[in-house]
Write a protein that binds this ligand. Sequence first.
Ligand code: 03F
Length: 209
Amino acid sequence: MALLMEHQFRQLSADRQVETRPFLDAVSYLPLFFDCLGPTIFAPIKVDLIGNITKIKAVYDTNPGRYKTLQQLLEAEKEMYGSEWPRVGATLALMWLKRSLKFIQIFLQSLVDGEKDQSNPNLMRVNITKGYDVALKRYHGWFVQQLFKAALYAAPYKSDFLKAISKGRDVKEEECLEKIRKFLINFSANIDAVYDIYSRMNADLDYKV
Ligand code: 03F
């Protein structure tokens, strides 16, 4: 949990521009949380997440001044790639990365809002399914949707998950949820701003994988 709070997303300034460097720094800690989830069934998801972060960073590093904000990065690629854009480069990587982040956002928000299956309150399936339905399901064909169902059954119990993200310490559930609530403030604002860039620039694609 210390991990979560030490690597907070930046508060956005009034113009709601997301600066590329701090955004990449903050997202690069998220894959570490997969080690809290246990089973290797989650490995392909971690690989996908890391892959997208790496792709965006590789583009950013070629010209940090030119790509200072995520919007500048998309605008530059739009100009550079012409009709291939947006299914190309860092634009495509961020298109998918933002969906994974949205999944995490909705999942955590549902958890802190106390949404639960009353007959199995220590399961997180309700929360995970909500994140999936909002952020990812419509981009997945039948096969990947079945993978999701399998992953759902391998998900840890809420108590174990909260303990794991608190670095194995037995913290009070409410204390932990409060930290997640604080984390979500800037996290959600950053994700919403990224979604706004894609909708303003008409850069989102809805093909299925
Ligand atoms: C498309 C696609 N990526 C890829 O093909 C699919 C990968 C595997 C998907 C498996 C489905 C299961 C997801 C369900 C998650 C449930 C987990 C439950 C945990 C509790 C794109 O890939 C590439 O990304 C792009 O670069 C490429 O160029 O068409 C493009 C070409 O293809 C996806 O659909 C992204 C799916 C990633 C889901 C990640 C969700 C994050 C999951 C868990 C995070 C929990 C961590 C909690 C953090 C806690 C903080 C406190």
